[in-house]
Design a binder for this molecule. Structure first.
Ligand code: 5GP
Length: 192
């Protein structure tokens, strides 16, 4: 087990959809037991392999709006016609146990989290090697319909404009390389 930090680290991974961030997040949690992935709420329908409460808390749009009114979220964002949000309770529970938190969220969410001074944020932006490679990955992972892939590719050009708002930008040329670069960044991040 890696050592716990005196102040939990909030690792934010953002990327254009399909750049491999979810795989990387799971790999980080598996290799470093001090990390827990923050499970977001979403109004998106579950994919066949996804489990409620593990991959996301799946809620209806009405339920999400009620939660939003109750100030449930640290941040939220509308992405591809669905709402996504990080609940304060899920993060606070992880922090209470002194674990580090891993966020797989978009640049809009990362920006909102940056407004909380008390969060010990380390923000990493993952880039696919190219737009063509991203398209190939979106098609081969076979999780999204044609329309959804089109939307994700359109968002790509907008998303990458925000890479400069992050502490580090890494190209995901291979999962292993990218993963090792992230581990190195985490290791070098001061424990204060
Ligand atoms: P997907 O539908 O492919 O699981 O996720 C689509 C996008 O939503 C990804 O870029 C992912 O990082 C982002 N996302 C997932 N959960 C959250 C969240 O709680 N907040 C924000 N802002 N983005 C999220």
């Amino acid at each position: 087990m890696n050592n716990l930090r005196s102040k939990p680290l909030m690792l934010v991974l953002s990327s254009p959809s399909g750049a491999g961030k979810t795989t990387l997040s799971k790999k980080i949690q598996q290799s470093d037991s001090t990390f827990r992935i923050s499970v977001s709420h979403t109004t998106r329908k579950p994919r066949p392999n996804e489990v409620d409460g593990v991959d996301y808390h799946f809620v209806s749009k009405d339920e999400f709006k009620i939660l939003l009114k109750k100030d449930t979220f640290y941040e939220h964002s509308e992405i591809f016609g669905n709402y996504y949000g990080t609940s304060k309770t899920s993060v606070d529970e992880i922090v209470k146990k002194k674990f580090n938190v891993l966020f797989d969220i978009d640049w809009k969410g990362a920006k909102q989290l940056s407004d909380f001074d008390e969060l010990n944020l380390l923000k990493i932006f993952i880039l696919p090697p190219s737009k063509e490679e991203l398209e190939k990955r979106l098609i081969s992972r076979n999780q999204d319909g044609k329309d959804s892939i089109k939307k994700r590719l359109l968002a790509y050009s907008q998303d990458i404009k925000h890479a400069n708002e992050y502490d580090h930008v890494i190209t995901n040329d291979s999962v292993e390389n990218c993963f090792n670069k992230i581990l190195k960044i985490i290791k070098e991040y001061p424990n204060n």
